[in-house]
Design a protein around this ligand. Structure first.
Ligand SMILES: CC(=O)SCCNC(=O)CCNC(=O)[C@H](O)C(C)(C)COP(=O)(O)OP(=O)(O)OC[C@H]1O[C@@H](n2cnc3c(N)ncnc32)[C@H](O)[C@@H]1OP(=O)(O)O
Length: 210
């Protein structure tokens, strides 16, 4: 019998994951769960309710989940709640991804169309490798981090837990991006970025705080 999977989060990332799962062909999508009221379906997939429906889904034999929340903290917290209910989290890698045989992808991580995972790249749990991102050989991405569309991480770059590499940003080889740091859209990172820092520009510099 086909495995069934529930998607938590009916927003833009949820729509991206519906498309990814349809391209993969499995597991079958049981439905979406979202706290926001008012939607019956997204791209033809039923919105089943908020998280209160999850124990019933689990009892009905839905064993798998993916967390479609862009915010890393919310994504990891939701993963812990669903793990406590007994859900498992497959790694979802789009068929168009160019993945070295030696590249590792952790549970609950999603890799969107046309991304590239180089030799010995290691992507941790509950990460997002977004459309067209290039993660070269020996790149390490830690739990909950997000590599946004079109970013370029050359050999040996390390991305700390929950960090965000913005769309189209690029890094010098071997640099480290600290935990929870944000690299802005289009940045060129030439040196290590401290934990929690927000940087942008070419070359990347700390951005003014709000
Ligand atoms: C499929 C998907 O959609 S995945 C989505 C992935 N998401 C991304 O890639 C978004 C990444 N986020 C960014 O790049 C954001 O601009 C951030 C986080 C760097 C800054 O956002 P905010 O904190 O809201 O900053 P805000 O927009 O108020 O800008 C603050 C200052 O920084 C500047 N700034 C903002 N972003 C950048 C950037 N990427 N590069 C250079 N300067 C920037 C602004 O011009 C502004 O400068 P000013 O004060 O001189 O006018």
């Amino acid at each position: 019998m086909a495995q069934k999977l529930v998607i938590l989060g009916a927003g833009g990332h949820g729509r991206a994951l519906i498309e990814l799962l349809r391209d993969l062909g499995e597991p079958e999508i049981a439905g979406l769960v979202d706290a926001a009221p008012g939607r019956e379906a997204v791209l033809g997939v039923p919105v089943l309710g908020d998280e209160s429906v999850l124990p019933g889904l689990r009892a009905a034999g839905v064993r798998l989940a993916c967390i479609a929340l862009g915010d890393a903290g919310l994504r990891l917290a939701a993963a812990a709640r669903l793990a406590a209910l007994g859900f498992g989290f497959p790694a979802l890698v789009h068929p168009s991804v160019v993945r070295a045989r030696s590249a590792e992808v952790g549970e609950g991580t999603v890799v969107l169309p046309r991304a590239v995972l180089g030799a010995a790249a290691r992507i941790g749990r509950f990460c997002i490798v977004n459309t067209g991102a290039i993660l070269e050989h020996d790149v390490v991405v830690e739990e909950g981090a997000h590599c946004a569309p079109g970013c370029v991480l050359p050999g040996g770059v390390r991305v700390g837990p929950r960090a965000l590499i913005g769309a189209g940003a690029a890094c010098r080889p071997q640099v480290s991006i600290g935990a929870g740091a944000v690299v802005g859209v289009g940045a060129a990172v030439t040196g290590d970025v401290p934990p929690g820092a927000v940087v942008g520009g070419v070359p990347a510099r700390p951005l003014p705080a709000e």
